[in-house]
Design a protein around this ligand. Structure first.
Ligand code: F6P
Length: 323
């Protein structure tokens, strides 16, 4: 028997926001409307799904958002969604307006919800939206490029003052447990030392390297470190005491999550939004959209859970080559 075509699709953003999420929402909405599929924005992620916070899109709903950071649909973390009863209630809310399928834009935490809903009969497609770039099997996630450029901009500014005062500057960046932001930003901004979960944290090694830098007549130094590894203010004190390098620590924080999405993020988000709708149209669910080179593809969410993101060692080696 021929499967009925999907008639109504919802789109939500979940977890930490990321620049470019709006471009993805816009692409989902426009692709649906162009195909004659009803499309709803779901406010506040899975929380809004559970509460029935739906907003029917028309052609004007997503205008002037392609260039705007944050998410027009708002986002929330909603651990309660792990409870099957809460998910049943969310499905009931969807049935009330005839909502058949969902596009879930967010990090891997959001993919759990998407997979569980698919198992319960609601086809869901995940789109990777997170600045961390910590999702396996996709070259990039939406928001990573913009956040990276924000960090590089901050590092350029810190370099100015670090140079003027002949200081060592330590910058803590986001990424959760993933070092992609730190290593890419460090390479782009000419940092001496990168510390991530991949490199491991060895305070004595950092101090030794900075001593060597000072001895080789380097006037200032930049250290980039992923969050949750150590207290960077304490590290700054230890470095200053041990090396004589006057040292300052900075935590860049949530400004990494905001700002006008880069062209690269907008392109990625637009292409992934289109792909997600095409997959739902084909009657598929439980998949996530991924980027492989120039291609936008998909793979089972389950497969992705079995993998771990591999940060290329070569990137770390290259930082050392340019020290
Ligand atoms: O996942 C995105 C991210 O910004 C991480 O880099 C960071 O660890 C976390 O979210 C911060 O979460 P919150 O916005 O809840 O403080």
């Amino acid at each position: 028997m021929k499967k009925e075509m999907v008639k109504s699709i919802g789109v939500l953003t979940s977890g930490g926001d990321a620049p470019g999420m709006n471009a993805a929402v816009r692409a989902v909405a426009r692709t649906c409307l162009n195909k004659g599929i009803d499309v709803y924005g779901v406010m506040l992620g899975f929380k809004g799904l559970h509460e029935g916070q739906f907003y029917k899109f028309n052609r004007h709903s997503t205008r002037n958002i392609i260039n705007v950071g944050g998410t027009m649909l708002k986002s929330a973390r909603f651990p309660e969604f792990a409870d099957p009863k809460i998910r049943e209630e969310a499905i009931e809310q969807m049935k009330k307006i005839g909502l058949e399928a969902l596009v879930v834009i967010g990090g891997d935490g959001s993919y759990h919800g998407a997979l569980e809903l698919t198992k319960m009969g609601v086809n869901c497609i995940g789109i990777p939206g997170t600045i961390d770039n910590d999702i396996p099997d996709t070259d990039y996630t939406i928001g990573f490029d913009t956040a990276l450029n924000t960090i590089v901009d901050a590092l350029d500014k810190l370099r100015d003052t670090s140079g003027s005062h002949q200081r060592c500057t330590i910058l803590e960046v986001m990424g959760r447990t993933c070092g992609d932001l730190a290593v890419n930003a460090g390479l782009a901004a000419g940092a001496e030392i990168i510390v991530t979960n991949h490199t491991g944290f060895d305070e004595q090694k950092i101090i030794e390297q900075l001593r060597l830098s000072k001895a080789s007549d380097k006037k200032h130094a930049i250290v980039v470190i992923t969050e949750h590894i150590t207290d960077v203010h304490e590290l700054a004190k230890h470095v200053e005491e041990a090396t004589g390098f006057e040292t300052r620590a900075n935590v860049l924080g949530h400004m990494q999550r905001g700002g006008r999405p880069s062209a690269r993020d907008r392109v990625l988000a637009s292409r992934m939004g289109i792909k997600a709708v095409e997959l739902l149209e084909e009657g598929k669910g439980g998949l996530c959209v991924v980027q492989h080179g120039e291609e936008i593809e998909s793979e089972p969410i389950l497969t992705l859970f079995e993998h771990k993101r591999q940060v290329p060692q070569g990137m770390y080696d290259d930082v050392l080559k340019l020290r």
